[in-house]
Design a protein around this ligand. Structure first.
Ligand code: C2O
Ligand code: CU
Length: 546
């Protein structure tokens, strides 16, 4: 079983335990003793099962199990100890305790906090006091006293101010890129329902050659939410990074902003607005950026998903080299397949791979924001999620149930460019209740907090920083650190054995633990977030500073 499926099983068992005890309480109250006993047995078995999933999760990593061991297990034990008496009151108490053991995982998670533990106890005691009153017609002083003490203590801990993200920052680098050799103007505006750059979705493709000084003038005609340009995967100086409120002010209707940076790195990239980026990108404010080492050779096919073009066929001489630049601009993973000819994945996220071998009948799962460069020869066809999108000749049969390429084992390894790690930062991804905003929300969280309440992580210039990213949620989080490519070290404790992988966007699936590293050589205040943009919007965004 994968850690992801154990997380899911654990939740189901927690629900069954709570439902068993509560149902048993209801059955016992109405005199249905046998049903009550049956439900108590269900609750016991579920609790036993949860003991097993908790142990398994603790072995996968303390992040997955902390609150289950420290808070949920004692509550479940109390439930069992009292519930087996099978009186209505005993079973209701067990139900509340088991519900607390469930909610502490669903609403709180990692890290364990005294506030969460006390609030769970307060909830159990309050529900018990109310039920006692209803069943016995008297007040249980003990239950009320426990509820009051736990509530006061828990609230005190819960409202204790934690460091908030500090965005008060002026970029530390004033870009002096030199005289531009490539100039572009991108005007953002509404066109019908879409938001577009220069009236087109995706926006115009920006082509540059290594060594160019690229200047892009961004104008906002009428996008009320404001726009900026973020060069996704292009590690520009901080003041060109396009994050409103962090590296620049948002560009409002009628305003403009001029970006300038040196095209010092070849590869496939993309740009998009970083203001209201979830809705902005969905409505069309994005486009492709390609930087080539020299003149393009052979046929180049650029596919920026989710622009859904009908199948286009460009007939090419059989044997002509074809380079697909596959760019996933969506918020979720998409599956790409090249059919009709062997192909080689030559670059990921703009960085060339070392000695990649030719592949056939293999699916490429590209994370949100990620780019794969694939080289093949005509005639070949590209399928996205099983649909033909591009062909360079007659259409071959659609891909079948092909295995997915694991980039961590693809190509040839070489030793890392450093011998020590100076600092490790851990990000535990989850969902949880966020009470810091005006309205409570069920946020996507990092280390138990949601943007803008996640403390900024601080490193020192020159350090080699290891980022450990733990996904204890039930959904994929495509992780994206601005301003740096990170080198993949391990996934679930297993070292990457293929070509060095320098990525800026990678999928951390449920239950996975990734360790990646980068050198802090591009100072500034950098966004660090999930590139499922609705998740980022719902809290999964923090910052790195040096
Ligand atoms: Cu492409 Cu902060 O994102
Ligand atoms: Cu996410």
């Amino acid at each position: 079983m994968t850690t992801g499926s154990i997380i899911a099983a654990d939740l189901i068992l927690a629900v069954l335990a709570a439902a068993g005890w509560l149902g048993g309480g209801a059955a016992a109250t109405t005199g249905r003793r046998r049903l009550a006993t049956g439900l108590a047995i269900l609750a016991l078995l579920a609790t036993l099962g949860r003991a097993a999933t908790t142990v398994a999760l603790a072995r996968a990593g303390w992040w997955f199990a902390a609150e289950k061991v420290v808070i949920a297990a004692p509550l479940s034990l109390a439930a069992v100890a009292v519930g087996v008496r099978r009186t209505p009151m005993a079973m209701f108490f067990a139900g509340y305790a088991a519900t607390g053991a469930l909610l502490v995982t669903v609403l709180h998670g990692y890290p364990v906090s005294a506030g969460a533990a006390l609030l769970a106890v307060a909830g159990v005691a309050t529900a018990t006091a109310v039920t006692w009153r209803l069943l016995h017609g008297r007040t249980s002083r003990t239950a009320v006293a426990v509820a009051v003490v736990a509530l006061v203590g828990g609230t005190a801990f819960a409202v204790e101010p934690t460091a908030a993200a500090d965005h008060d920052h002026r970029p530390v680098t004033a870009s002096r890129a030199g005289e531009p050799t490539k100039r572009f103007v991108l005007t953002a505006g509404t066109t019908g329902d879409a938001w577009a750059f220069n009236g087109q979705v995706p926006g115009p493709q920006l082509d540059a050659t290594v060594g160019d000084v690229v200047e892009v003038t961004l104008r906002n005609r009428d996008i009320e939410r404001g726009v900026t340009l973020h060069w996704h995967g292009y590690d520009v100086p901080n003041d060109q990074d396009g994050v409103p409120g962090v590296t620049q002010d948002v560009v409002r209707p009628g305003q403009e902003f001029v970006y300038r940076f040196v095209a010092d790195q070849a590869g496939s990239y993309w740009y998009h607005t970083h203001s209201a980026s979830d809705i902005g990108v969905r409505k069309g404010l994005y486009g492709v950026l390609v930087v080539r080492p020299g003149r393009p050779t052979g046929v180049e096919v650029v596919v920026a998903y989710p622009a859904r073009p009908p199948l286009t066929t460009t007939a090419s001489q059989p044997g002509t080299p074809v380079r697909f630049r596959l760019i996933n601009t969506d918020s979720v993973t998409h599956r790409y397949a090249v059919a009709g000819a062997p192909f080689t994945v030559v670059a990921l996220d703009g960085r060339d791979l070392d000695s990649p071998s030719p592949l056939t009948n293999t699916v490429l799962a590209i994370p949100a924001g990620g780019r794969f460069d694939v080289v093949t020869t005509a005639p070949a066809a590209l399928f996205v999620d099983g649909r033909p999108v591009r062909a360079t000749g007659p259409l071959p049969p659609a891909p079948g149930a092909w295995p997915v390429l694991d980039p961590l084992t693809y190509g040839t390894a070489s030793p890392p460019p450093w011998t020590r790690v100076d600092r490790t930062l851990t990000l535990v991804l989850d969902r949880g209740l966020d009470l810091r905003g005006r309205l409570p929300r069920y946020a996507h969280t990092v280390n138990g907090a949601a943007d803008p309440g996640i403390p900024t992580q601080v490193v020192r210039r020159g350090e080699v920083v290891r980022l450990r990213i733990v996904n204890r949620s039930l959904v994929v989080h495509p992780w994206h650190l601005h301003g740096h490519h990170v080198l993949v070290l391990t996934r679930d404790g297993k070292p990457a054995t293929g070509s060095p992988l320098w990525l800026d966007s990678f999928d951390v699936r449920p239950g996975e633990v990734w360790e990646v590293a980068f050198r802090a050589d591009n100072p500034g205040l950098w966004a660090n977030h999930c590139h499922n943009l609705p998740h980022a919007d719902a809290g999964m965004m923090l910052h790195l500073r040096y």
